[in-house]
Write a new protein. Structure first.
Length: 344
């Protein structure tokens, strides 16, 4: 019976595509309440970064993050694995090393058997094992739709901490994973995804962004973030605005998942795409239809967006090659211009 269950049919959203839109989230986070200053809180809400960072001594800080969502795939094991890789990515994007994880599970116990939830947990354990950390505990609730994710604790030295607000004009932009998993996930939910294309997306989403903790050792890597629900454009704009710079993207160099055009031609895309575009369109140069659907596509466990000084590029490329890390140069940071991001 369990093999016939399709998890995506039990949720209204999928993966990071079920995030609250950036515009609505901004309204939720607004407050007139005076906030207490915590000197040891190095990174909090102010910069829209990937995780919170708190100083614990003169050399190191703790990284804390939580991420969870509804099923982006039908297979329970893959769902648990993808959600876990996605949560761990926040620590890697800060240049850190994860220490342990806590599971966050919401399960419609009246609709789905516990044996399926058990497979979700097994998927999570498999990814934590690859990351070299324990899945040390968790919390669960009876919820109308299946939800899963992790709360992750990590650590980072001050010298390796990478924020999303430290980019500089002239930095080169690199991306570590192709775009398009949101589109392929929407195709899968509609029953239109080719099995090979779907598996390609699953394998990519289950791939850990461990290169972030390695590349953080390079002083020439000035800023870093991971690409998730707000799409490449949304997260790039956060980097630009936090760093007081603009960016140019050379679209022809932006990597797309193989065979993505098949689904673009059918106008298959997740709802979050247009929510992203609505939020960021005024800050971006005019886009073609394809550019809109790919650059605003919500990514789940997407790649790292890395800002690299030109003089450090050779060393950065050698490091990526030594770690067998695929990377694509997609543009550069510039001095502030009328549009935050210009797509060429």
């Amino acid at each position: 019976m369990n093999e016939e269950i399709k998890l995506t049919q039990y949720s209204h959203g999928s993966g990071c595509g079920c995030k609250i839109s950036p515009q609505v989230l901004g309204q939720i986070l607004q407050t007139d309440t005076k906030q207490t200053d915590f000197p040891n809180l190095l990174v909090g809400n102010a910069t829209k970064d990937d995780a919170a960072v708190y100083r614990i001594n003169d050399k190191e800080a703790i990284i804390s993050t939580a991420d969870f969502f509804m099923p982006i795939v039908d297979d329970a094991f893959d769902f648990g694995a993808i959600a876990s890789a996605n949560a761990l990515s926040d620590v890697y994007a800060m240049g850190g090393e994860p220490l342990m994880a806590i599971a966050l599970l919401g399960w419609p116990v009246d609709k789905l058997p516990t044996s399926v939830a058990q497979k979700v947990m097994e998927g999570a354990r498999s990814i934590c094992e690859k990351a070299g950390i324990p899945l040390a505990g968790g919390h669960s609730i009876d919820s109308p739709e299946p939800i899963f994710g992790l709360s992750v604790t990590g650590r980072v030295s001050f010298e390796n901490l990478k924020r999303n607000d430290a980019a500089k004009a002239g930095d080169l932009l690199y991306l570590t994973k192709p775009l398009g998993v949101g589109i392929l996930s929407a195709a899968q939910k509609r029953g239109k995804a080719d099995k090979t294309d779907h598996q390609r997306a699953v394998d990519q989403m289950k791939t850990l962004n461990q290169f972030g903790s390695v590349a953080s050792e390079l002083a020439g890597v000035t800023a870093m973030t991971d690409i998730t629900g707000f799409g490449l454009l949304g997260h790039l704009i956060e980097v630009c605005e936090g760093s007081s710079v603009s960016a140019e993207i050379t679209y022809s160099t932006v990597p797309l998942i193989e065979n993505l055009k098949t689904y673009l031609d059918q106008f298959i895309y997740p709802d979050m795409t247009m929510k992203n575009f609505s939020t960021y369109s005024s800050k971006v140069s005019q886009l073609s239809g394809e550019q809109l659907f790919t650059l605003c596509d919500p990514q789940t466990s997407g790649g790292l967006l890395m800002c690299v000084r030109p003089e450090a590029e050779t060393q950065f490329l050698q490091l990526a090659e030594s770690k067998k890390q695929m990377i694509w140069k997609i543009g550069k940071m510039t001095e502030p211009t009328e549009k935050t991001v210009t797509v060429l």
